[in-house]
Design a protein around this ligand. Structure first.
Ligand code: OGA
Ligand code: NI
Length: 353
């Protein structure tokens, strides 16, 4: 990627200011009570943790975690393999390019809200095969399977990613347990939704950009799944829109921490108690940046709707139920069709007050 092509240019209101706000930042939460044997005899430590997580979900929709139990060495191996993969010539990478049939793999022309992102990605599905609807038609009950595409090089990419994905998956489910507790639900309340998960891991590479004031690595968006568990390197660039005043706040890189954010599905399940936060990625003119999000998605047959336990006469469901599989396949399709129309979003299912 050299000159900034017109396709990358953000509308003036979305162009990033080059000054960065980095005040108190998003909450940093220490998960050591989860792995500490004392916590069994000291339920207070877990209670405090649950409260912290609940507050972070409510006030920010974003937080970072440390002492999370994912071995640092497994994460480093992924980062090293990712660097090797993206350093290859474009023709090599394009051999496993994503298309309408092979929906995961390499991709370098992703758009967010119809503006091209200054990045290239490699996606892989956590479950192989992943069970999905065979069409986007609401009445078609057929199912099909999605498979991964692996590059020839680096040869270790597959193994390191598969090992890593088991670890982040464990972390994401632990967090969903704590989130359930924070909503006054049993710890395993969400577990069943992920039995046939459609989750995937993405390797993001943001090359240096000659015009960081005009383009974005990823344009403003919210994550569609339940929860995102993201590893970022030391370069920085991720920004979160603060709920209180709409300012963009830089998420400061913290060595070996994970950034956790509430996705749209959790927003619907919690009937808006926990809202997904808008975020974006700034690029810079000198350094390339890598990040690795794990996107926790439920089974395709999940009917997403506000949980009955969290709704009542005074607080009725704010969303109509929608099929996760149909929603996800529609989103995927719009990637290739480059529909001018807006992507499907959860507010399309909002019940008007
Ligand atoms: C994403 C995303 C943030 C980052 O891929 O959805 O928001 O820091 N990435 O790369
Ligand atoms: Ni995102």
């Amino acid at each position: 990627m050299g000159e900034v092509d017109q396709a990358f240019i953000q509308e003036p209101e979305h162009r990033p200011k080059l000054s960065i706000i980095e005040p108190e930042g998003i909450p940093l939460i220490d998960l050591s009570p989860l792995s500490c044997p004392d916590s069994i005899s000291d339920p207070k430590a877990i209670e405090v943790l649950v409260r912290e997580i609940g507050n972070a979900c409510k006030n920010w929709g974003f937080f970072q975690v440390i002492n999370h139990g994912v071995p640092q060495e497994k994460r480093e191996k992924v980062e090293t393999a990712a660097r090797k993969f993206f350093a290859q010539p474009l023709e090599e990478k394009r051999k496993i390019r994503r298309d309408e049939i092979r929906v995961v793999g390499y991709f370098d022309t992703e758009h967010t809200k119809n503006v091209r992102d200054w990045k290239e990605v490699f996606d892989f599905l956590v479950e192989e095969p992943t069970l999905v609807p065979s069409s986007t038609e609401p009445d078609d009950k057929g199912e099909t399977q999605w498979f991964n595409q692996w590059p020839e090089n680096p040869p270790e990419l597959r193994e390191v990613l598969e090992e890593y994905s088991q670890e982040v998956e464990k972390l994401s489910l632990k967090l969903m347990g704590l989130i359930a507790l924070s909503l006054g639900l049993p710890e395993d309340r969400f577990k069943g939704y992920f039995k046939d998960q459609t989750s995937f891991i993405r390797l993001n590479h943001y090359p240096p950009c000659p015009s960081p004031q005009l383009a974005l690595g990823v344009g403003p968006h919210k994550d569609a799944g339940a929860l995102t568990v993201l590893a970022q390197d030391e370069v920085g660039g991720l920004e979160v829109k603060r709920k209180t005043d709409g300012e963009w706040i830089r998420v400061r890189p913290t060595p070996n921490a994970y950034i956790i954010n509430v996705g749209d599905i959790l927003q619907v399940w919690s009937n808006d108690k926990y809202e997904s936060a808008e975020h974006r990625v700034m690029v810079n003119s000198e350094k390339e940046r890598f990040s690795v999000p794990f996107l926790l998605f439920p089974a395709h047959y999940t009917e997403v709707k506000p949980l009955e336990e969290l709704t009542n006469k005074q607080n009725p469901a704010k969303y109509r139920p929608y099929s996760w599989g149909k929603f996800m396949t529609l989103r995927k399709l719009s990637n290739f069709k480059k529909l001018k129309a807006e992507n499907i979003q959860i507010y399309h299912f909002r019940v008007s007050d």
